[in-house]
Design a protein around this ligand. Structure first.
Ligand code: Z5A
Length: 220
């Protein structure tokens, strides 16, 4: 039984450049216009400690970390964000939209680096217990399209971008498996659609899927 809060936890997943950040901002604005308190966060990051971990995870040589170390660092950053920001906000009734969460560890470290689905499921459970998103959007695009969209960024946070196309194809396969195993919370959407068309689709799904949370919010 998943841990429950009065506000929902929404996550966005998908490959590099899928359009997560773009859609998160549009969805947050849509919810705020309805009078809902919304915080947006991203992983890895979102606290002072998690941002430091982000820096060492996203910069440098592709083989800087072995896969298990990388999974543990992602999980450490996640736990810090969960304990210090996500849960306190949810407890206060603030909705959270998170750019990546534990499904990224399953897709990237579990499938991309081939640690394995069950192994990462155990690690995720150790990291967050029974906590899980109420709704997860998986934005589906071919890996090369996403990589082309983000080419030319200058932050130097491109360690994953530089991994092989085989790695990125396995990540995609990971997301397909996650969606198949979690049909109640995971919704796959086509990331090749126009930004506006996709944002309307995400709003409609959010209204439908989180109906109970919208009703509670109106009553409170
Ligand atoms: N990672 C991991 O391995 N394990 C984990 O557990 C976690 C993470 C939590 C984080 O990198 C990396 O960490 C990530 C996985 C790994 N690496 N990869 N790959 P990040 O935070 O730097 O990158 P990201 O999460 O992949 O986000 P991103 O690159 O910023 O992409 P995005 O947020 O999905 O896309 P965007 O910024 O909204 O859009 C990208 C561009 O495309 C931008 O110019 C937009 O204007 C454009 N765009 C957006 N939507 C569209 C549409 N619909 N059509 C055309 N163009 C569009």
């Amino acid at each position: 039984m998943a841990e429950q809060f009065e506000a929902p936890f929404i996550t966005f997943e998908g490959g590099e450049g899928a359009g997560k950040s773009t859609q998160i901002e549009i969805l947050a604005t849509f919810l705020r216009e309805k009078g809902i308190l919304v915080e947006t966060v991203r992983e890895p990051g979102g606290t002072a400690g998690a941002e430091q971990i982000r820096d060492i995870l996203l910069k440098g040589r592709t083989d800087r970390w072995d896969p298990v170390t990388e999974a543990l660092l992602m999980s450490a950053a996640r736990r810090d964000l969960l304990i210090k920001r996500i849960k306190p906000h949810l407890e206060e009734g603030t909705w959270i939209i998170c750019d990546r969460h534990f499904d990224s560890t399953t897709a990237y470290q579990g499938f991309g680096h081939q640690i394995g689905y069950d192994e990462i499921r155990e690690l995720n459970h150790f990291t967050v217990g029974s906590f899980q998103p109420d709704l997860t959007f998986i934005i589906d695009i071919p890996p090369q399209v996403g990589i082309d969209r983000t080419a030319g960024r200058t932050l130097g946070e491109d360690r994953f971008e530089r991994m092989t196309m085989e790695f990125h194809n396995r990540v995609l396969e990971g997301y397909e498996t996650i969606a198949r195993h979690n049909p109640d919370r995971c919704i796959v959407v086509n990331g090749l659609q126009d930004v506006d068309v996709l944002s309307k689709e995400l709003q409609a799904i959010t209204l439908r899927h989180l109906k109970g949370f919208f009703e509670n919010y109106r009553e409170a």
